[in-house]
Design a protein around this ligand. Structure first.
Ligand code: FAQ
Length: 314
């Protein structure tokens, strides 16, 4: 069969909503962009454990500590599902980790901001997980089978994450003046970076055209960002707080909220490695990788021993 036919069959599957599976023929660029996106997504989950991990030992009660611990562990699990999904495309876990640790691979810009107070745990759950869910609900229908199936499981856990974040802020918003101020301050600091999570404006998005054609993405960066703003602008009223954007205003004609200009210079600076915590995050991952080397060696030795035993029995 000619390559052109393979391509036609591939595109037909996409157009008729049949998932692409690991052993199916796929264009090189489809494979590459899926590896790029899924591995960056996995790295985001793993690096994303660091800002919240920072507060596990300082959570205000045993209950809060147990919830936060469970949430951070969930993120590790999400990273593992996603690395496994990317491996089905022919890359290896080692390669992906190497790319993260040498700074060649990206991870979400949001995790390069510091967590300064307990209220940040609420703001991350509500805003960061909230933004992640909107994007990930769309990805449950992405065209690559293993990625889509991983996302279904991840989304179930993410909705718990968002609720726990909102509840932290709800409690603070009903507390003392100091607690209310802490709540507003966290919202002020996390609002703009969470809008940046959806990626550059559609006009600047280099990967979107192909990713939309191949149904890897089904909604554009700007579309998802607008959905998020519309949702949060309503939820913030329940907290009795405000979003730090004087231009945020309901537009009756468009049936959407208008909003102010995002600082794209800040976004690109963070993506290029110059955000407030980029260096700290990579150092922490490198250290964790080094400290975990004995676990990998032990697991390998155990697997070899088991293989030898099985060969003997056979
Ligand atoms: N940060 O052409 P586009 C979470 C890069 S998970 C850094 O529009 P695309 C859970 C982009 O890679 C959060 N870089 O790219 C959690 C590309 O560069 P490249 C992560 C960014 O792929 C919560 C370039 O800019 N979620 O939070 C960012 O079509 C709490 C041009 O951009 C996912 O990864 C950014 N924000 O659209 C965990 C979801 N945005 O690769 C712990 C899956 C863009 O060509 C605690 N990913 N770039 O060198 C996606 O849906 C897409 O990759 C987008 C970007 C929408 C992020």
């Amino acid at each position: 069969m000619e390559v052109q036919n393979f391509e036609q069959i591939f595109q037909q599957k996409i157009d008729t909503e049949i998932k692409i599976e690991p052993k199916d023929w796929m264009p090189d660029a489809y494979r590459k962009t899926n590896i790029r996106q899924i591995s960056q997504h996995a790295h985001s989950e793993v690096v994303g454990m660091l800002p919240e991990g920072n507060w596990i030992t300082r959570a205000p009660s045993l209950k809060r500590k147990a919830i936060l611990l469970a949430k951070v562990q969930d993120e590790a699990g999400h990273g593992l599902y996603l690395y496994s999904a990317a491996e089905t495309l022919g890359t290896s876990r080692d390669e992906m980790i190497e790319q993260l640790l040498t700074g060649k691979a990206k991870y979400s810009s949001i995790f390069n901001y510091p967590t300064l107070t307990w209220a940040d745990m609420g703001a991350i759950g509500w805003l960061v997980d909230g933004a992640a869910i909107l994007n990930q609900v769309m990805l449950c229908r992405t065209s690559y089978g293993p990625y889509a199936r991983a996302m279904v499981r991840i989304c179930k856990e993410e909705s718990f994450h968002q609720r726990q974040g909102f509840e932290i802020l709800l409690v603070l918003s009903k507390g003392t003046d100091e607690q209310k101020a802490m709540c507003q301050d966290a919202i002020n600091r996390w609002w703009w970076p969470s809008l940046m999570m959806f990626g550059p404006k559609d006009s600047e998005s280099t990967n979107s055209d192909l990713s939309m054609k191949w149904k890897i993405k089904r909604k554009s960066n700007d579309e998802l960002r607008q959905n998020f703003i519309d949702m949060i602008a309503e939820q913030v009223k329940v907290l009795g707080m405000i979003l730090p954007d004087p231009n945020l205003k309901w537009n009756e004609e468009k049936k959407h909220y208008d909003f102010g200009e995002i600082n794209w210079d800040e976004f690109w600076s963070v993506v290029k490695g110059n955000g407030p915590c980029n260096k700290q995050r990579l150092e922490a991952r490198k250290k964790a990788h080094q400290n975990g080397s004995w676990v990998r060696e032990a697991a390998l030795a155990y697997a070899e021993k088991r293989n030898k035993k099985q060969i003997k029995v056979a």
